[in-house]
Design a protein around this ligand. Structure first.
Ligand code: SAM
Length: 352
């Protein structure tokens, strides 16, 4: 899997007065962090947050899809649409935001403000899945947010492990509709329909295994399989626990707070979302507003995002200056592997 950053769009300028950055919590000034200063000099249009409803007949979304299955130790297998096939079929897909065409034309996995990278599964997602496997987080009965979900593997895991509610958020509506929702549906299907020959996978504890497969909608003689299971997906009890949102973090958390009376999450999972320092105020505000008082944020990230500028050190500095969260390292990649998983939780009086 190759990753590239290609920020061709010119920077625009306004301020983010309504964001976390200007609340001056704990008496901090906004310009006391390099990244905050940058964010207030730069403006970008706001992509309004929006709620997406899963289709009433989800079957067509899963017709003859080619998917991959990742299995990590004792975690339930996670299915997701194959990236290469997804790219190849992009011209046939509805793409109102034009992210499929732009990302193909520009050969870029990130186009700031237009496409924020959700069509790929980024490698830190796997680090976080491995950590969850080792730590034994079960998600049972918890309200979980997969923030910047892309393919949605983290939220899907929480759903399969018994979360009471899972919210999926991505910047791009196209990602939510064409990738996240189909992936959730794919995982709701009976194991014997999508996973018949995968019985031995994942038995080697801790090992990541990815296998390609094809969902069969036809019998060997070419006649269609009965559609019962796929048709029933719209009524699947696990689907009823899911909510899907697109849009900018600046308008996402106000929308969630409007839609739900008590939208506090016990766990927020977020992978590869701190690459752009300009987004830190909105990201921090989102975590601040949506995390339950005793909640935990699991953040998986690279040390540095070349060509974009963000990274863990800058984010840690930002968080420290805000004075709201404590940040602990849960896993640091060994030499040469510049990746990390960290945890954030609200500062307790003794931490301050
Ligand atoms: C590089 S992708 C990572 C996707 C996925 N978490 C993974 O690890 O495979 C970054 C994600 O963060 C979200 N994101 C980034 N900046 C955002 C912003 N300013 N507002 C809302 N979402 C944003 C994007 O939607 C995108 O899904």
């Amino acid at each position: 899997m190759s990753f590239c950053f290609n920020f061709d769009l010119p920077a625009q300028t306004t301020t983010h007065d309504e964001e976390d950055g200007n609340k001056q919590e704990n008496g901090k000034k906004d310009n006391d962090a390099e990244c905050t200063e940058d964010s207030n000099k730069t403006a970008r249009p706001v992509k309004e947050a929006k709620k997406h409803l899963p289709p009433s007949d989800p079957h067509f979304l899963l017709m003859n899809v080619v998917f991959e299955t990742v299995t990590i130790g004792t975690l339930p297998p996670l299915h997701f649409l194959n990236e290469t096939v997804f790219e190849r079929t992009a011209p046939e897909r509805e793409d109102k935001e034009k992210i499929l065409s732009h990302s193909a034309e520009q050969k870029s996995d990130l186009i700031s403000g237009l496409y924020e990278g959700g069509l790929k599964v980024w490698e830190c997602t796997y680090d976080l899945l491995e950590l969850i496997e080792k730590d034994g987080e079960t998600f049972r009965g918890k309200a979980v947010l997969d923030l910047g979900c892309g393919a949605g593997l983290l939220g899907i895991l929480a759903l399969k492990r018994g979360a009471r509610q899972v919210y999926f958020q991505d910047y791009n509506g196209t990602v939510i509709e064409q990738l996240t929702v189909p992936n959730v549906l794919l995982n709701l299907q009976e194991d014997d329909e999508v996973d018949s020959d995968n019985d031995q996978k994942g038995k080697d504890e801790g090992k990541i295994q990815v296998k390609e497969d094809r969902k069969k909608d036809e019998k060997k003689d070419g006649s269609p399989l009965p559609k019962k299971s796929a048709m029933d997906l719209s009524q699947h009890p696990l689907l009823k626990k899911c909510r899907f949102f697109s849009g900018d973090w600046r308008t996402f958390h106000p929308l969630v707070l409007k839609v739900d009376s008590q939208p506090k999450f016990d766990i927020i999972l977020t992978s590869e979302t701190i690459y752009n320092t300009e987004y830190y105020p909105a990201l921090h505000e989102t975590l601040h507003k949506l995390l339950a008082p005793d909640g935990l944020v699991y953040l998986a990230t690279k040390s540095h995002y070349f060509g974009v500028g963000g990274g863990l050190h800058l984010f840690e500095t930002f968080v420290e200056q805000r004075g709201i969260f404590s940040l602990d390292h849960l896993w640091d990649g060994e030499d040469g592997l510049q990746r990390h998983v960290v945890e954030l939780h609200f500062k307790k009086p003794k931490d301050t």
